[in-house]
Write a protein that binds this ligand. Sequence first.
Ligand code: GDP
Ligand code: MG
Length: 467
Amino acid sequence: MKHTIYSNNDQNNIEITPALRAIIKKAIIATLDYQEIDFPVEVSVTFTDNEKIHKLNKEYRGKDAPTDVLSFPMFENGEIEYDDESDEPCAIGDIVISMEKAMTQAVEYGHSLEREACFLAVHSVLHLLGFDHEISEEDDVYMKESAEEILSGIGLRRDTGIDLAQGKVPSKEQKTMFVSLIGRPNVGKSTLLNAIVGEKVAAVSKKPQTTRNRITGIHTSGSEQYVFVDTPGLHKPKNKLGEFMVNAAESAIPDTDAVVFMVEVSDSIHPQDKEIITKIKKANLPAILVLNKTDICNKGKLLENMAKFSELHDFVSIIPASALNGENIDIIMNELKPFLRNEPWFYPEDMITDQSARTISAEIIREKLLRILDEEIPHGTAVTIEDYEDTDKLIKIRAEIYCEKDAHKKIIIGKNGETLKKAATFAREDIETATGKKVFLDLWVKVKENWRDSELNMARLGFKKDE
Ligand code: GDP
Ligand code: MG
């Protein structure tokens, strides 16, 4: 089930690293799954300090003391009313955690801050779901036991503190960082991501805006783990879909340890690139500029571009590269190294993405369509996976392609269904390579007018404001 977790930092004592934020969201989702919540839920979590939580505690609970965590449920006694007709997630309440208190308690108990903050998050989600240790002893025991199980499930056992990735490298020696990959559409972000990760995780196409959802590529080597977030190109919203895409792109910047900003060598600096630079300055994160497609650019222009960009911002470094040929990708990786944190890995060693095979399959199908149809394809096309049956050796997929007009449907299907067949064949081959299994792919084309303007349809097609 796809849940939406918003997190917001309202304190300065403890640094909320991207990894810390991510593990807390993971703990919240694990709790919802543990409770078998089978409808989409929305939870907001705020990180605060002792002074602010003291105020809240006094105001809402009548207790004149700081506390570690407060829950504000939307429903009483866990009687959650979810409207199945609605495609919106059901907001079940807010959680406020004092990170200052969490740190003190972590030191007291002798485990990690991650473990303590996640314990508080799990505990408070159970509150939102109606459990109450203050009025029921049974609930008290249940809450403690299930919290332990949930935390073990995500690799946060009490005894060892954090023990996320049982790889060859002991967790004490592990280093990690989150990197956001930003740039205008079509500059080569997905190509770079695929080159770094070494397998196909992001769709690549000549058409702009192929990447709609964020895709995380993970590169682990030696003791280091790099988690990449591939965002849609930043652009002005034209319709609802546009707004969602900008939202995902913007929120990606502050949530990482460093930025890789990719541009193409061109005659003059694009206004959107200037806007991105403004955002990078605001986020105050170290940024590496990659001038991509050096294999096809004019060398004089390249030097000119390097000079112009260096005037606009104090980049950590400016690297000419070719994502397609793999040129200078090693240098990009080297430049990121200084920003690694001494923190345990967030993902197992052999994982290359946190997108499901299902999502990747939809991305691959969309990519094939964009490629085959080239200039003709109307951009209002989306792919949804309606059925995904994964058995030992065979994966059966039924996917639906949505377009906006009958005329578009005809183009997608092609003469005698040839275009669609071709897309299906290419997509099947790529999904087989990605999954290592035989794939049976069934593609259908449907017309849905103005789907891009309807939030309901967007939710149904898998576009969410926050993952
Ligand atoms: P994104 O929208 O930024 O993710 O861009 P993509 O990775 O989808 O790439 C857009 C297009 O540029 C595709 O046709 C890629 O094959 C092409 N491309 C990406 N990197 C390079 C490069 O280094 N050199 C050349 N010549 N083409 C590239
Ligand atoms: Mg892309």
